[in-house]
Design a binder for this molecule. Structure first.
Ligand code: BV8
Length: 238
């Protein structure tokens, strides 16, 4: 890859980019939470049936994420955004770690577990208390509050999908980091980039469905491979 010709970059990240910070992925061996599957917990039905169980799961994740350290992959992406003129970070992650690392332009396809939404009023606010003072959380109006994330069977925020599509279709280079590529429509983002003529580099510890059409597959941990890629890029620009 000749980085000197790259004008615009788009990045898609998944749970794998936070793995080295100790945040469990969804579909790895450590992905289980009390033997539940994310597909069974992250749904409107699960929340309707048992808001306490769903809030306990998010409380556990919020506490774990609040106490974890950023890793070199998060930090490298924040540095790249500052150095490169056209850089868009698209994430499936709801952990908020890209923003904590200093990334500004972050398209959060699946929302953010640090925001809560009133199920009655639809109002969204940041809510950082760890652990939660009560489970399930309630709004002053008396209705339930829910994590402001996209659950299975729910549509993604229209603005987020549009921003992701625009960035993917107009970039020269797409980096796909730490995603199993099984959750749609997020998993189509690298395909949109490919169709838009971009060069696609995948960084993962194992091959995924995205590997079949990526121009390069870098097998290794994101916190090791991202600093290496950025060092190589900076050298090419000297
Ligand atoms: C929708 C938020 C329209 C909650 C999440 C059949 C076919 C295709 C699609 C579907 C289908 N049946 C149903 C669907 C649609 C469904 C879907 O895609 N299901 C999948 C499971 C088949 N999608 C939806 O429902 C979406 N909405 O389609 O709306 C609609 C509207 C109305 C009615 C119907 C449809 C909504 C999807 C969003 C769901 N929300 N999370 C929360 O997280 O609290 S999804 C969840 O999975 C997370 O957001 C996560 O980010 C996402 C994707 O997972 P990954 O990030 O890829 O993580 P994973 O663990 O899978 O993989 C980690 C990767 O990292 C691995 O590859 C591993 O090798 C790698 N790795 C590990 N360590 C490292 C590493 N890489 C690098 N370095 C390391 N150190």
């Amino acid at each position: 890859m000749d980085f000197r010709n790259v004008r615009s970059v788009a990045v898609l990240t998944g749970a794998g980019i936070s793995a080295e910070s100790g945040v469990p992925t969804f579909r790895g061996e450590d992905g289980l939470w009390r033997h539940y599957r994310v597909e069974d917990l992250a749904t409107p039905g699960a929340f309707r049936r048992n808001p306490t169980l769903v809030w306990e799961w998010y409380d556990w994740r919020r506490e774990l994420i609040a106490n974890c350290q950023l890793n070199q992959a998060h930090l490298t992406l924040a540095e790249m955004e500052k150095a490169l003129p056209h850089f868009t970070l698209i994430t499936q992650n709801v952990d908020g770690l890209h923003r904590r690392a200093g990334s500004q332009k972050v398209v959060e396809l699946h929302g953010n577990l640090w925001d809560v939404r009133c199920v009655a009023e639809g109002t969204v606010r940041e809510y950082l208390d760890v652990p939660l003072p009560e489970v399930p959380l309630r709004c002053q109006c008396g209705a339930l509050l829910r994590p402001n994330v996209v659950w299975f069977g729910e549509s993604l925020p229209a603005g987020a999908i549009a921003a992701a599509q625009e960035a993917a279709m107009s970039c020269d280079l797409m980096l796909v980091i730490g995603t199993s590529g099984v959750v749609h429509p997020a998993a189509s983002v690298p395909l949109w980039a490919k169709q838009g003529g971009a060069y696609v580099i995948e960084i993962n510890v194992q091959r995924t469905p995205i590997s079949t059409y990526a121009d390069e597959v870098v097998l290794g941990p994101a916190a090791v491979e991202m600093p290496k890629l950025w060092a190589e890029w900076r050298k090419a620009l000297e």
